[in-house]
Design a protein around this ligand. Structure first.
Ligand SMILES: NC(=O)c1ccc[n+]([C@@H]2O[C@H](COP(=O)([O-])OP(=O)(O)OC[C@H]3O[C@@H](n4cnc5c(N)ncnc54)[C@H](O)[C@@H]3O)[C@@H](O)[C@H]2O)c1
Length: 321
């Protein structure tokens, strides 16, 4: 059994690839290195440098490596930017998914685990998001992830595809000392880059109806997330039933203010963040449970908030720090 990891040179994909290797499952990566880094791909795992928009390369990779399933992690993840780049977002997240599914169908590969997102829910008015909470994406990014889920459902009906979509909440931390989130838009990298430049980090909005006025989010550790991909792949390989979608959330809300305190502790750099204006469309609170994933995908929080912050900071600074 060999699983193809699209986007395996990225932050999450490289953790997923490592988890597959650690579990003794063969892996091959396709990545165009648009945001990923070659050195994030674990040693010994073949890297095919290409966009998945090139169906010929996808088919060739399936043939050459005897691929039996796909963990589709590649994608354009910048929700805020997607508002001004909808066509790019749809090309990367919807057209690319269609090309990938066509190549899989052509080659008889019938298993997929898909990186979906909390963004499919938009700004839900509920304390705890479940898989049944109405989907109301508020950006081209969220829409593209929901369409991805629909494509999978449709290919199940049309051709017997076996699949599941994992809706990640806020993925942070590092499970390996040299891989970190390079995004210029996510909270942890933004704060780390500001601190490394000697600047005061800025957060968006301090007047929400939350205990400390800052947004409450659901932070999960990337290494825990990676293990659930392996569990999903195993279930699909074993022919065991899976849900069409699982929330990967902690059930616990943590405020951005609390994250700032944890970052000051982990870095040893005392700071008081600047409070900027709210970002349009940012909900006060979004927190999910993970009961279904706990039942089926060995999902649990193996790491504390402190582990998440410390491991992310250590990986960002690198081994020489
Ligand atoms: N980071 C989060 O908190 C989060 C939350 C929810 C969902 N997700 C989803 O998880 C996935 C991975 O996110 P990440 O944080 O690792 O981002 P990332 O940018 O680090 O990883 C994406 C990887 O995909 C590659 N890629 C992009 N388009 C490609 C294409 N057309 N062909 C081949 N490779 C391509 C990039 O080079 C990169 O290596 C994305 O689909 C994202 O939407 C992430």
């Amino acid at each position: 059994m060999t699983w193809l990891v699209t986007g395996g040179a990225g932050y999450i994909g490289s953790h997923v690839t490592r988890a597959l290797v650690d579990a003794g499952i063969g892996a091959v990566v396709i990545d165009d290195l648009s945001t990923g880094r070659e050195q994030f791909v674990p040693d010994g795992v073949p890297l095919v440098r290409s966009s998945i928009l090139d169906g010929g390369v996808v088919s060739d990779t399936i043939d050459r490596h005897g691929v039996t399933g796909v963990i589709h992690v590649a994608g354009y993840k910048y929700a805020g930017v997607s508002v001004s780049r909808p066509l790019h977002t749809y090309e990367q997240n919807v057209t690319a998914m269609a090309v990938l599914l066509a190549a899989m169908s052509d080659r008889g590969v019938d298993r997929m685990v898909f990186s979906s997102s909390a963004a499919v829910y938009g700004t839900p008015d509920t304390d705890l998001v479940t898989e049944d909470t109405p989907k109301n994406p508020q950006s081209p990014y969220g829409e593209s992830k929901l369409i991805g889920e629909w494509l999978l459902r449709d290919m199940e009906v049309a051709g017997g595809l076996r699949h599941t979509s994992l809706r990640y909440f806020n993925v942070v931390g590092s499970g390996t000392p040299d891989v970190y989130d390079v995004s210029p838009h996510n909270l942890f990298p933004l704060v780390f880059e500001a601190l490394l430049d000697g600047k005061v980090p800025r957060i968006n909005g301090g007047d929400y109806a939350t205990p400390d006025g800052t947004n409450v989010r659901d932070y999960i550790h990337v290494a825990d997330l990676a293990l659930s991909h392996v569990a999903a792949a195993r279930r699909l390989d074993a022919g065991e039933p899976v849900e069409r979608a699982y929330n990967l959330g902690s059930g616990e809300g943590v405020s951005v203010g609390e994250i700032m305190t944890a970052i000051a502790d982990a870095t040893g750099i005392p700071f008081t963040p600047e409070i900027g204006p709210r970002r349009p469309g940012d909900p006060a609170r979004i927190v999910a449970g993970g009961a279904l994933a706990t039942r089926d995908l060995d999902w649990r929080m193996r790491h504390s908030l402190r582990d998440m912050v410390q491991s992310a900071w250590d990986a960002r600074r690198g081994p020489s720090a």
